[in-house]
Design a protein. Structure first.
Length: 198
């Protein structure tokens, strides 16, 4: 199968996986149900993803791909770290409050095994947070920020940026923020962070 055909087919399978996840939860989201929804063979899913855990790891990874690419470029190329954070903030906020992240988090909360929660943690926060910390460190090394503890600085930045928005989205207490709202909140969070870490 050509790469572009495979990419398109994977997107269809992953869209089907989200639909089944929303309908049946993580426990009920079998590979067979996802294959049927995607009009794919069960064998294809197992060949491409290994098992259900592998498929959901891939969903989380793909959901975070834009944020990861932005961070990797900043870490590799350097440049103005605060400018990178100003570009990162709206993308990260949109990711965390978007429909796919909400579906994954709702399902993880209902998954008694903890498997989906582990996938979200390992492919999401545990992969992305150290990269954000590295960008903060670039800003500190350039004299743009001052802080004593990198972990505390990272926590403060994420608290200012995300706050309780993600949990409010997951429990259905607010609509998905618009791009303009994500941009405005990101700008406010970064301005406050800079004042606190001047």
């Amino acid at each position: 199968m050509r790469d572009d055909n495979r990419t398109e087919r994977q997107a269809q399978i992953e869209t089907a996986a989200y639909a089944v996840l929303e309908e049946k939860g993580y426990a009920g989201a079998s590979m067979l149900a996802i294959a049927r929804r995607a009009k794919a063979s069960n064998e294809t899913l197992y060949n491409w993803y290994g098992d259900k855990t592998g498929l959901f790891h891939a969903l989380v990874r793909r959901n975070a791909a834009e944020v990861q690419a932005l961070l990797e470029a900043q870490i590799a190329e350097g440049g103005d770290a605060l400018d990178a954070l100003s570009r990162l903030g709206p993308v990260l906020l949109s990711l965390l409050t978007g429909a796919r992240a909400v579906a994954l988090n709702r399902a993880a909360a209902a998954d008694a095994t903890g498997d989906l929660g582990r996938a979200i943690a390992s492919e999401g926060r545990e992969r992305i947070a150290p990269m954000i910390a590295a960008v903060l460190e670039q800003a500190r090394a350039a004299g743009q920020l001052s802080y004593a503890d990198g972990g505390e600085a990272l926590g403060l930045y994420l608290d200012l940026l995300v706050g309780d928005l993600q949990i409010r989205r997951v429990i259905g207490r607010m609509p998905e923020p618009t791009a303009a709202e994500c941009e405005a909140r990101s700008n406010r969070a970064l301005a406050a962070f800079r004042r606190l870490c001047a």
